[in-house]
Design a protein around this ligand. Structure first.
Ligand code: ADP
Length: 225
């Protein structure tokens, strides 16, 4: 569960990137976060995994108050959150298999467990047949699927994606959102920032709209208008 209580973020004095946002997102919800460039979407997402901290207000993730979470306990938060970036952030000199395995190797999982979990994640995104390829040898849509596999491989409770379809055409974008729907069926909370209105129309979900840092609407399944 994700809870914001009167959250503000200022990078620069007197300018609010996020302004007085209070919101509650239940386990297993599928949320689109939308708004123009500069509206505060990335800042909103970064505060959930404590890449940025609020200037005022409180954020609770699965009842963990992030203001009270010391840096040496950050791993407790991050192991519950999978993050997908628009530019994929894949390691070019590692195979697709190795890229997906990174979060598991970082937490010292045994080789047999790594193998099982990586293959599960690659199966979910339909890429087991590409596991020995290098990222530069597959298409942009496939690279994004590798990034999604890497985000889900550790069984997180929340998946966060910042403009995951920003570099893809409409058909590939639809395929990517369908993968997030499959992930969501397993009870994982999915939170996707997008300014793609086509996607918002095609997939009826709860939509949080930001404008100049303010939450100006919250509509759709589970939301209020
Ligand atoms: P979006 O993701 O919707 O494009 P952002 O969260 O990136 O919006 O940005 C919201 C506002 O905060 C913008 O005005 C942006 O310029 C500002 N901002 C974002 N990151 C920083 C930063 N590191 N330093 C200063 N200002 C920032």
């Amino acid at each position: 569960m994700i809870e914001f209580y009167h959250v503000y973020k200022q990078y620069i004095k007197n300018q609010f990137a996020i302004s007085d946002i209070s919101i509650s997102i239940e386990k297993g919800e599928f949320i689109f976060l939308t708004g123009a460039s500069g509206a505060g979407k990335s800042t909103f997402l970064k505060m959930i995994y404590k890449e940025e901290v609020p200037s005022r207000g409180q954020i609770l993730i699965n009842s963990m108050n992030l203001n009270l979470l010391p840096d040496n306990k950050l791993y407790k938060l991050r192991r519950d959150i999978g993050i997908v970036f628009q530019d994929f952030k894949l390691l070019e000199n590692r195979t697709i298999y190795e890229n997906v395995a990174i979060p598991l190797i970082a937490r010292n999982e045994k080789k047999a467990i790594v193998d099982k979990m990586v293959i599960n994640a690659l199966t979910l995104v339909g890429l087991t047949h590409r596991r020995n390829y290098f990222p530069t040898h597959v298409s942009g849509g496939e690279q994004q699927r590798v990034a999604i596999a890497r985000a889900i491989v550790g069984n997180p409770k929340i998946i966060i994606a910042d403009e995951p379809t920003g570099n893809l055409d409409t058909e590939l974008s639809i395929n990517i959102i369908k993968i997030f729907e499959r992930i969501n069926i397993n009870g994982i909370t999915v939170l996707i920032a997008t300014h793609d209105n086509n996607i918002l129309k095609l997939f009826p979900k709860r939509i949080l709209r930001l404008d100049k840092g303010m939450l100006v609407s919250d509509i759709g399944i589970g939301g209020i208008s």
